[in-house]
Design a protein around this ligand. Structure first.
Ligand SMILES: Cc1cc2nc3c(=O)[nH]c(=O)nc-3n(C[C@H](O)[C@H](O)[C@H](O)COP(=O)(O)OP(=O)(O)OC[C@H]3O[C@@H](n4cnc5c(N)ncnc54)[C@H](O)[C@@H]3O)c2cc1C
Length: 497
């Protein structure tokens, strides 16, 4: 009998974004005998949410995102989520460092670079919150080195564009972490696929759309795949399917008809940026400045004035603004939302709508913004912004998960969710936050759910220890090891520490 760890399987990955790229490389490292086929409906790799211009490229490590540290009822700050995200990001960096060290890709700068992360607030109440957040976080080893200041001169050196022209009477404060990162997830997905496709028994099929999938009596999955160039329909079978189709995952999950996928719905929210076209302004900002979401706005709407490094060139973005479209993918169809409504998710979808009227109001308000309104929002972060220096660009599409709920009928979720069949033969990833930054931890969680015997095998355990040495070691009690490990990974990825 073959050990589960060495058993050859045919794995199908639907979609060529960062999630499939990560899962594919992990699986091939763990079992080189696997045959892996990737089906992507577009003619390019990572052209949807993972593309650099379609997301904010923030290496989410909870250094600057205020929505990861909610205020408690007693006025304190809860840092649990921030610690989880910061450790998940370390797991991602460890995996990328392992791949660089193994010689699979030469230039980490092509996808990851240091850009300091700043949280910036104004007003008494927000300043008090930021101070409490700083005190709670800086005591934790993963956030050591975070700086706090209310001093306008210091803040001016950190972020001159943000401070110049600001009301001198206004109370302001900021925190800064120099080891924050900017990531080009599109380039990262491309280098991961380039490496994956150089390995035996791996095939990439661009311009191939998965239209349907059904479980066979023998336990295998049969997929109906349309070749969008030749218009041919092909049937392919697999032992394991990952629906890594981003916004396109929900319709495919519904088609798979697995019990665990019942009752899920999705609500699309598109993103938009103001992109700066004035080189002189772009050169004056060198940080990512995250603020506080306005009351009633969803967590993903936190405004930020963001330096980006895209293909070696500096860019300056402000946003995101929300747009409404019924498409689930940027390159999707206007019928995506109506066609996703089924008997088993109509009640959850209606109740989620009813219980989230503030979100509905927010989306209507956002959809009616003019260019001047958007520049006015930008001036809260960059008071001297000139309207003609900024253009609107359309970012990626997010599909927020709507889940059945016993009490409320349906709830809107802002996180990421893995839905998998009980037998582990199929899994889908829904939702988009904290997203690509934590892709490695998310895919490891998927492996725990869908490959439990293999994950317990000696071979996989040994390999995982080699790839991500502290994966199974909780942070508590291992602080020194984690920090040494972070220093090592930062060194390999040419990042500062
Ligand atoms: C506005 C915005 C800002 C964001 N900012 C950040 C950030 O700062 N940091 C961060 O970490 N994350 C961020 N995210 C989230 C991040 O972009 C996503 O989590 C990540 O890119 C998702 O990767 P994916 O591989 O699941 O999906 P995608 O990159 O969307 O890939 C899915 C692929 O599946 C293909 N596909 C779909 N349907 C089919 C089908 N039927 N057959 C074949 N192929 C199909 C698509 O064409 C696409 O190429 C942001 C997202 C948005 C929208």
């Amino acid at each position: 009998m073959i050990n589960p760890e060495n058993q050859p399987k045919h794995i199908i990955l639907i979609g060529a974004g960062i999630m499939s790229a990560t899962l594919g490389v992990l699986l091939k490292e763990l079992n080189p005998h696997y045959r892996i086929s990737i089906y992507e409906r577009l003619d390019q790799i990572a052209a949807e949410s993972s593309d650099a211009w379609n997301n904010a490229g923030t290496g989410h490590s909870a250094f600057c995102e205020l929505n990861y540290t909610p205020e408690t009822e007693t006025g304190g700050v809860d840092i649990k989520k921030a610690v989880k995200i910061a450790s998940s990001f370390e797991i991602s960096k460890a995996f990328w460092a392992y791949l660089v060290k193994a010689g699979y890709f030469a230039n980490p700068e092509a996808f990851i670079n240091n850009i300091p992360h700043i949280s910036f607030v104004w007003g008494e109440k927000n300043v008090a919150f930021l101070k409490a957040r700083f005190e709670a976080l800086v005591a934790h080893p993963l956030f050591r080195g975070m700086e706090y200041s209310e001093d306008r001169e210091a803040l001016n050196t950190w972020m001159p564009l943000v401070m110049h022209g600001r009301d001198p009477q206004e109370k302001v404060a900021a925190t800064k972490v120099d080891i924050g990162t900017d990531i080009n997830f599109g380039n990262l997905a491309r280098v991961l696929f380039q490496h994956l496709c150089s390995l035996p028994r791996v095939e990439m099929h661009l311009m191939h759309e998965v239209r349907d999938l059904k479980k066979q009596e023998d336990g295998q999955w049969k997929l109906n795949v349309k070749n969008l160039l030749s218009k041919e329909n092909n049937k392919v079978t697999a032992d394991f399917v990952f629906i890594g189709a981003g916004g396109g995952a929900l319709p495919l999950l519904e088609k798979s008809d697995i019990e665990e996928g019942r009752g899920y719905g999705g609500f699309p929210v598109s993103g938009q940026w103001l992109v700066c076209n004035n080189e002189e302004v772009i050169q004056q900002h060198n940080v990512k400045v995250y603020g506080k979401a306005s009351v009633g706005a969803p967590p993903m709407s936190v405004p930020h004035l963001d330096t980006r490094l895209i293909d070696g060139k500096k860019a300056l973005l402000f946003g995101p603004f929300a747009g409404f479209s019924t498409k689930f993918l940027k390159n999707g169809s206007f019928f995506d939302l109506p066609l996703s409504i089924e008997l088993d998710n109509i009640i959850p979808m209606l109740s989620a709508g009813w219980h989230n009227l503030s979100l509905t109001r927010y989306l209507i308000q956002q959809a009616t913004l003019s260019h001047e309104d958007r520049v006015e929002a930008l001036r809260e972060y960059f008071p001297a912004a000139q309207s003609e220096d900024w253009e609107l660009a359309i970012a990626g599409q997010r599909v927020q998960v709507i889940k059945k709920d016993e009490e409320e009928g349906g709830v809107l979720e802002f996180g990421t969710e893995i839905i998998h069949a009980a037998d582990g033969s199929i899994a889908a990833l829904l939702g988009a936050s904290p997203g690509a930054s934590t892709s490695v931890a998310i895919m490891l969680e998927l492996l725990e759910k869908c490959f439990p015997a293999e994950m317990q095998s000696k071979g996989w355990k040994k390999k995982l220890k080699q790839i991500i040495p502290l994966y199974t070691k909780p942070f508590k009690g291992k602080e020194k090891e984690w920090l040494d490990w972070r220093r090592y990974n930062n060194g390999v990825l040419h990042l500062s520490d």
